[in-house]
Ligand binder design. Structure first.
Ligand SMILES: *[C@@H]1O[C@H](CO)[C@@H](O)[C@H](O)[C@H]1NC(C)=O
Ligand SMILES: *[C@@H]1O[C@H](CO)[C@@H](O)[C@H](O)[C@H]1NC(C)=O
Ligand SMILES: *[C@@H]1O[C@H](CO)[C@@H](O)[C@H](O)[C@H]1NC(C)=O
Length: 290
């Protein structure tokens, strides 16, 4: 009799156990999957039983900057699509360069993502000395002087989202990655926009003391205005005025969530940002598979 009740109790537990949506995490440049463990721990502590996977592309550290972005997105998608835990959909978070990988993956691979969260992203690219400092010094000149050369585009990740406001035409025509996934070219890819519009929520943050992403507002799709070092306003950004990949539509639908943090760039996924994360970001993982 006791055993019978025990089995019933087990069945009820199993049937009604909360099944949190799995989570995919993507780290930034010159780091590794382990860099996301602290943030992953916040999720597993908050949502019992949640499946969290932190993706490594190739060997992690070196491949994070020595593989072009399109290749990184391709490898990322292959890993995610091969994970059986993720077939029914998941939430996804990318940090810094990882923000571009996860967004590129939604657009290009049509991954079944519910909420897409990007922390201190580079959605409208980077330009200037601070972003180069995350790379070994021998690469600094290569990017600042030759970013749009084919040979550099083919090997260094950051060249794929180097957006020089003094050479925007060159950027649009010769940069392999960002102008494509941002639909900034004359011929747009409607699949990119349609995939973004399938999201339940798209979250973007930047830090007002970011020392790496310049301009920091790139995390909100605001890059430097043409021929200036002033970040664009929403009215000026083609992502909003022309809805190139659906930012304006997502905003009108109440699906665009924007936050400003206040930590160093490298701390966005670590203890100094924990309170910000719990206050603003954690809610986007509090959802279940039906
Ligand atoms: C998740 O949402 C439920 C329902 O709104 C709430 O009771 C719970 O505290 C939330 N969990 C976390 C970790 O925020
Ligand atoms: C649009 O993107 C999808 C997904 O990457 C690709 O399969 C398709 O060929 C692209 N379409 C055009 C017109 O480039
Ligand atoms: C931006 O648009 C708002 C209305 O949407 C307007 O009030 C504001 O003046 C505009 N700012 C600039 C810089 O054009």
């Amino acid at each position: 009799m006791d055993l019978f009740l025990f089995i019933i109790a087990l069945l009820i537990n199993t049937t009604y156990a909360v099944l949190y949506r799995p989570v995919v995490l993507m780290h930034g440049v010159t780091s590794t999957a382990a860099d996301m463990n602290e943030l992953g721990g916040w999720l597993t502590a908050s949502f019992p039983g949640i499946y969290v996977v932190s993706i490594e592309i190739g060997n992690g550290y070196e491949d994070s900057f020595l593989l072009p972005m399109n290749k990184q997105v391709e490898l990322f998608c292959a890993t995610v699509l091969a994970d059986e835990h993720l077939h029914d959909g998941f939430n996804m978070l990318g940090v810094s360069q990882g923000s571009l990988i996860v967004r590129g993956a939604v657009e290009q691979c049509s991954l079944p993502v519910y909420n897409l969260i990007t922390l201190v992203g580079a959605h409208q690219g980077v330009f200037g000395d601070p972003p180069l400092k995350s790379l070994p010094p021998q690469f600094w000149d290569l990017i600042s002087k030759y970013a749009y050369e084919e040979s550099v585009q083919n090997v260094i990740s950051i060249a794929g989202f180097w957006r020089d406001p003094f050479q925007l035409e060159k950027y649009i025509n010769r940069c392999h990655f960002l102008p494509d996934i941002n639909n900034e070219r004359e011929v747009r890819n409607e699949t990119y926009r349609n995939n973004m519009l399938k999201l339940n929520a798209f979250v973007m943050t930047y830090s007002d003391i970011d020392e790496t992403i310049t301009p920091p507002q790139s995390g909100w799709f605001l890059g430097y205005a043409s021929h200036s070092l002033q970040p664009e306003t929403w009215n000026q950004s083609r992502q909003f005025t022309e809805d190139l990949i659906g930012m304006q539509t997502l905003s009108e639908q109440g699906k665009l969530h924007m936050f400003i943090g206040h930590t160093r760039h490298a701390d966005a996924q670590h203890a100094p940002d924990k309170e910000f994360f719990f206050q603003n970001i954690l809610q986007f993982f509090n959802n279940t598979l039906s």
